[in-house]
Write a protein that binds this ligand. Structure first.
Ligand SMILES: Nc1ncnc2c1ncn2[C@@H]1O[C@H](COP(=O)(O)OP(=O)(O)O)[C@@H](O)[C@H]1O
Ligand SMILES: [Mg+2]
Length: 364
């Protein structure tokens, strides 16, 4: 049996920015990062995933082609890393392969991530663990967020009540109080609506450092209306995605009546305020806040979160895991637990009926 401590983690988040690949050396609670790369999607690939997401073109043929394509570019990235570090495939224990979500509908009993684990195992000759979410969903859970288990393992501190916020397309929060009563759930939109709006208005993929949002004025009435969405009022367990927070959602608010930069400013405030509310309602005794995910690069967003929570905020880099790598490392670790036949679903967070081993194994 392969007892290597080298694991790949591959994550493609809701933002549809691309594929993050990390190679870690993980023994017990020690993680050394060997390599991290990001393979951005080109405009066409992003468009194709979006089309599948929105229900147009949701045909089987198209999905399978994209799955195979996703596995091919992932395999190329993995081979490049192996070559650079003079490693052989046999020296790797497994790959945790999340895939690209195109549907997340736990209430209907499923979540779909595209990415052919079979092809990835074939091309790399490394064992691949994929399909992390569906076992939790059929056990009655949300299948998300799955990263709190990882946060708990590596960020928990006996003497501090810590909050970890991941701002990807969607933002999610994990509370790690010293009494070990962990809480975790999706708070709402992270970057997803900000990305949509700047794409439509300026054909840019994201609002660099939040500069455009900063140039606008907050529209209080619009923010108030955004916040009325029932998702924000729901108690955890809860998760969300592009199914809810998309252009149709935005169009309900007559956003074209306002100046575009003011809308961007207000969307940024929505992300900040929903995070603040999540902290206020569920993490009232917190001592520290750490941020990860692409949103941590949005300086204005972080400024706003600092201001409205009246707290100094650091990125997880301070906890020795770089903020852009947390999710991919988490899926390397979740895959490790799967092949070790250990429970990895934090069922109290996702709401499923009990502990489960998440992941489907495709042997090398
Ligand atoms: N320099 C930056 N300024 C502002 N936002 C950024 C910057 N870099 C990345 N982002 C945001 O982070 C997002 C990607 O974050 P990520 O954590 O990968 O999300 P996901 O897990 O959903 O893919 C981008 O879509 C963008 O909105
Ligand atoms: Mg991403």
């Amino acid at each position: 049996m392969n007892n290597s401590s080298l694991f790949f983690g591959v994550m493609s988040g809701t933002s549809l920015d691309g594929i993050d690949i990390v190679l870690i050396n993980n023994r017990n609670k020690n993680i050394d990062i060997v390599e991290f790369i990001q393979i951005p999607y080109n405009t066409n690939t992003k468009k194709e995933f979006l089309a599948l997401h929105s229900g147009h073109l949701s045909d089987l043929e198209h999905s399978i082609r994209l799955s195979l394509f996703h596995a091919k570019i992932t395999a190329n990235g993995i081979k490049k890393i192996l070559k650079k570090h003079k490693l052989k495939n046999k020296e790797i224990r497994c790959i945790g392969y999340h895939g690209q979500t195109v549907r997340h509908l736990p209430e209907k009993g499923y979540s779909i991530q595209l990415g052919s684990a079979n092809l990835l195992a074939e091309l790399t000759n490394i064992t691949v663990v994929s399909d992390f979410r569906n076992r939790d969903i059929v056990a009655g859970g949300q299948g998300a967020p799955l990263v709190p288990a990882f946060h708990n393992e590596f960020f928990f501190k006996k003497s501090k009540n810590r909050v970890i916020i991941n701002i990807g397309g969607i933002s999610n929060i994990t509370y790690l109080p010293t009494n070990k009563k962990m809480i975790g759930f999706d708070c709402g939109p992270g970057n997803i609506l900000l990305d949509h709006w700047i794409k439509i208005q300026h054909n840019k993929n994201f609002d660099n450092l939040g500069k455009w949002a900063k140039s606008g004025n907050l529209i209080e009435g619009l923010l108030f209306n955004f916040q009325k969405d029932l998702f924000f009022k729901k108690y955890p367990p809860k998760s969300t995605g592009r199914e809810l927070f998309n252009m149709n959602w935005l169009n309900k608010f007559n956003i074209n009546d306002y100046s575009p930069q003011d809308v961007q400013r207000t969307l940024l405030e929505l992300t900040a305020v929903t995070i603040k509310e999540a902290i206020k309602n569920f993490c009232s005794n917190f001592d520290e806040i750490y941020i990860c995910g692409g949103g941590s690069k949005n300086i204005f967003l972080i400024e706003r979160i600092k201001e409205i929570t009246a707290t100094n905020i650091n990125t997880t880099d301070k906890l020795n895991i770089p903020s852009q790598q947390v999710e991919s490392i988490a899926f390397a670790w979740l895959a490790k637990k799967c092949i070790q036949k250990k429970y990895n679903n934090s069922h109290k967070i996702t709401g499923s009926s009990g502990p489960r081993i998440l992941g489907a194994i495709h042997y090398s």
